[in-house]
Design a protein around this ligand. Structure first.
Ligand SMILES: Cc1cc2nc3c(=O)[nH]c(=O)nc-3n(C[C@H](O)[C@H](O)[C@H](O)COP(=O)(O)OP(=O)(O)OC[C@H]3O[C@@H](n4cnc5c(N)ncnc54)[C@H](O)[C@@H]3O)c2cc1C
Length: 223
């Protein structure tokens, strides 16, 4: 099971956005200005707010999808050259874990990968070469830095029901961790940013995919 750990984050994010946005109008900084910026899509201002996360125990396949998000992000991943994966953990999708026959076939293959990893090690094959046998389902760890603008964009795409369920869960885990982060009574901390981590249709008011899952109507139905 994947885990999200917050390593560092911008303290008082809305105050900071209010501060930088106030420069534009030479006005009094306030968290209210920050909220206006988000509502009006002046989201450059939210690039000043960062969070650094450790994402651990998600499949290499899910992390590969996170890697497609380039703008406003930075990452480092556990090496398959320097780290020994003979006891690799692996993700088991619910549809497999709930089907005993499928689970048997799946786990047998994964256990075979581990066995082969050990055989190759005993034959002095370096880890960097043996790593080619690791399946996309093996779990990995990354450090992931992302700014608040990119984070909301990431959630818009990856909380959509068209995204893969493990990736959706990963984003939900990030959202949960951020919503509990600074526990401010004024609701102007990271909980405000977490609140805006929604599927894109919630922010758009309509679904721009070919088929709607039903949360919002299709664009062509309302425009
Ligand atoms: C359901 C789903 C299925 C997917 N399936 C596939 C797949 O089968 N294969 C695959 O390869 N990927 C797939 N992707 C990944 C997808 O194509 C994007 O690469 C990924 O979601 C990152 O989105 P992004 O480009 O908006 O993010 P970022 O790269 O972070 O970019 C953020 C925003 O910056 C702007 N931007 C970024 N780069 C440029 C540029 N070069 N020029 C101008 N503006 C730019 C755009 O407005 C962009 O939306 C899938 C994504 C989803 C959500």
């Amino acid at each position: 099971m994947g885990r999200v750990r917050i390593l560092d984050y911008t303290k008082n994010p809305l105050e900071l956005v209010g501060e930088v946005a106030a420069i534009c109008w030479d006005s009094e900084p306030s968290a209210g200005i920050a909220k206006h910026c988000l509502m009006a899509n002046h989201t450059r201002t939210f690039e000043f707010v960062d969070v650094v996360l450790e994402l651990d125990g998600y499949s290499a396949r899910a992390i590969r999808e996170i890697y497609t998000h380039i703008i406003g992000t930075s990452r480092l991943q556990a090496s398959t050259r320097y780290i020994n994966y003979e006891n690799m953990d692996y993700f088991i999708p619910p549809k497999i874990s709930n089907n005993s026959e499928a689970l048997k076939a799946y786990t047998e293959l994964m256990e075979q990968v581990k066995e082969t990893y050990k055989i190759l090690a005993a034959l002095d094959i370096p880890q960097e070469d043996t790593a080619n046998i690791l399946p996309l389902g093996h779990t990995t760890k990354i450090a992931f830095k992302i700014n608040a603008r990119a984070l909301i964009h990431l959630a818009h795409l990856r909380l959509c029901s068209r995204a893969y369920h493990e990736v959706r869960q990963l984003i939900k885990d990030i959202k949960q961790a951020l919503s509990e982060l600074d526990n401010r009574e004024d609701g102007q901390g990271w909980d405000y940013i977490a609140y805006h981590m929604t599927p894109k249709c919630v922010s758009l008011g309509y679904c721009d995919e070919a088929k709607s899952c039903g949360i919002r109507p299709l664009k062509k139905e309302i425009i």
